[in-house]
Design a protein. Structure first.
Length: 260
């Protein structure tokens, strides 16, 4: 599999290291990278033995099979339709862009028309298999997630006291915290939707790690799952598990036997 990468931040460099240097995805390579700052992309390309492109269109004209988005929700909105139109599969990390139902449906229709696929890594949470199973028969009643992070990971959070920064729907949460709450959108996509998924975001100076408490109820019973994640080095906004889930998604793409 030949892969293109948009975004050269922490997650992008982790995937480059894992695939191109450590060889953790046999038979696959990241053949090209794009960043809005070409000089930075060129430097990263040299470090990880790949090619830098000055535009997304040039990247798409190469013979890659799949594009990884590792930038932000605005890049997804700008380029996801173009990528799918070109016949390339797409792995989206900034899943908050899919909170808008009209945009989600646009991408779904493009996948159907162009015979392409979108992959959404599970990110920094678990329990998605339970929600998918319950939704398969329409018997999921409620879903909520409480996210607790150190204040350095949340813009504008007070540094000296615990504070509830947000409580409401996932659709409103992603509008206010686009870099921090992708996990709630993943929950909403497999569950009740962004307007019916409840989110609480807490800034806590007493914690050093990101944690998520997921609760759900339905005909299957009740789910309560607590996940505590180490942040990525040099980026407290991103859980390391989110980066690992990208690699896991790439690995499972070509597995003959898939679980879940």
């Amino acid at each position: 599999m030949k892969i293109g990468l948009i975004g050269c931040g922490n997650i992008g460099k982790f995937v480059l290291q894992s695939v191109n240097i450590n060889g953790l995805l046999p038979g696959s390579r990241i053949e090209g990278v794009y960043s809005r700052h070409y000089d930075h992309a060129n430097q990263i390309a040299s470090e990880f033995v790949t090619n830098a492109y000055s535009s997304v269109s040039d990247l798409l004209q190469s013979d890659i099979d799949l594009v990884i988005e590792a930038a932000n929700i605005y890049v997804v909105k700008d380029y996801a339709p173009v990528i799918l139109e070109s016949g390339k599969d797409l792995l989206i990390i900034s899943v908050g862009a899919l909170a808008e139902l009209a945009f989600y449906e646009q991408l779904r229709q493009l996948c159907q028309d162009k015979k392409t696929k979108i992959y959404l890594p599970s990110g920094a949470i678990g329990g998605l298999d339970v929600l998918k199973a319950a939704m398969s028969v329409g018997q999921l009643d409620s879903v909520s997630i409480t996210t607790r992070k150190p204040p350095q990971a949340l813009p504008g959070a007070p540094l000296d006291s615990e504070s509830i920064l947000f409580e409401g729907s996932a659709s409103k949460a992603i509008a206010l915290f686009p870099q921090n709450i992708n996990v709630s959108i993943i929950l909403s996509l497999v569950g009740l939707g962004a307007d019916k998924t409840n989110v609480k975001i807490i800034s806590d100076p007493g914690v050093a790690k990101n944690s998520h408490c997921i609760e759900a109820a339905g005909s299957f019973g009740r789910l309560k799952l607590q996940v505590e994640n180490d942040p990525m080095p040099n980026n407290p906004k991103t859980s390391f598990l989110a980066a690992l889930s990208v690699l896991s998604t790439l690995k499972s793409r070509n597995e003959f036997i898939q679980v879940g």
